[in-house]
Write a protein that binds this ligand. Structure first.
Ligand SMILES: C[S@@+](CC[C@H](N)C(=O)[O-])C[C@H]1O[C@@H](n2cnc3c(N)ncnc32)[C@H](O)[C@@H]1O
Length: 275
């Protein structure tokens, strides 16, 4: 497919579905290399989080803290921004420049190695485009939920396949990347995530579903990055493995899409042994 065909075939996100980010330009939606979904996904996630001004929120796997800034700015919450790859110095510089140093606390740590917070500490936990990397077990979920107050909400949103593949044996086309680990083996459908949350025994599922524009989030991001790169040949050669997967998904299953899961920590936890 030529770039001309791609531009007309791929779909843009319908911005009217995202009033929260009407004031943001396309550049700002994907600022600092946000993954597909960008701030559209962040906005969508916050709708079911019951955030209130001055709440204390954990932004888990915050990356370059674009979501933390969005949360602090739009909801007046205080954010602990935790990430493994991005240094606390870089994040501190960025949030200070935005006048949010008193609202956002950057921390560099590996969340799988223990979290240094009090029990029942956070009013809410937000995790965008990162949970699949480390969150796919009951043990981790319980470890994390220990730090969420009873009645508090955890919202996870990110990329996924629309359905599980038996034996996780994905079609050949999803085996190709440009060398970067796409972590597809850790992707799961919304139904898989729902089952895991229920299995933890510690939460009620408020919502858990594939977004109706979950596929379009992938397409919109290709359109954005393509425009930025002026649809150069180098851009196409670098990204064609992913573009081909996205195109494949228009007519085949499983396909790449996005999900959201919001769960609420039970006020009374009757602990069960999970097998
Ligand atoms: C795809 S990026 C998403 C970043 C950000 N949430 C966003 O949407 O732009 C995934 C992030 O998860 C973080 N991450 C992965 N494993 C982690 C771990 N074990 N502990 C803390 N952060 C982790 C990485 O450092 C990375 O910044």
């Amino acid at each position: 497919m030529t770039s001309g065909h791609l531009k007309t075939y791929l779909r843009r996100i319908d911005r009217s579905h995202y009033p929260e980010v009407q004031a943001y330009s396309w550049d700002e939606i994907y600022s600092d290399h946000l993954a597909p979904g960008g701030l559209y996904l962040a906005a969508r996630m916050t709708r079911s989080m019951n955030l209130k001004e001055s709440d204390i929120v954990l932004d888990l796997g915050c990356g370059k803290a674009v979501s933390s800034i969005f949360l602090a700015k739009h909801f007046g919450v205080n954010v602990f921004s935790v990430d493994l790859w991005i240094s606390a110095n870089d994040l501190n510089k960025k949030v200070s420049e935005r006048g949010l140093r008193h609202r956002i606390v950057p921390l560099r740590l590996d969340v799988t190695r223990g979290l240094p917070f009090a029990e029942d500490y956070f009013d809410a936990i937000f995790c965008m485009q990162a949970f699949h990397s480390f969150g796919g077990s009951v043990a981790f979920l319980r470890h994390l939920l220990t730090h969420l107050k009873p009645g508090g909400r955890l919202c996870v949103g990110g990329t996924c396949f629309n359905e599980e593949t038996p034996g996780n044996d994905l079609p050949e086309i999803y085996h190709k990347t440009n060398g970067w680990d796409a972590e597809y083996s850790k992707y799961h459908s919304s139904e898989w995530w729902r089952a895991l949350f229920i299995k933890s025994g510690w939460v009620d599922v408020i919502e858990c579903y594939e977004l109706e524009d979950g596929q379009i989030m992938w397409e919109d991001e290709v359109l954005f990055t393509g425009e930025k790169a002026k649809w150069s040949d180098a851009y196409y050669q670098r990204g064609k493995w992913l573009i081909n997967q996205i195109l494949h998904g228009r007519h085949n299953r499983p396909y790449l899409t996005h999900f959201i899961a919001t769960v609420e920590k039970k006020r009374k936890i009757q602990d069960k042994i999970i097998m």
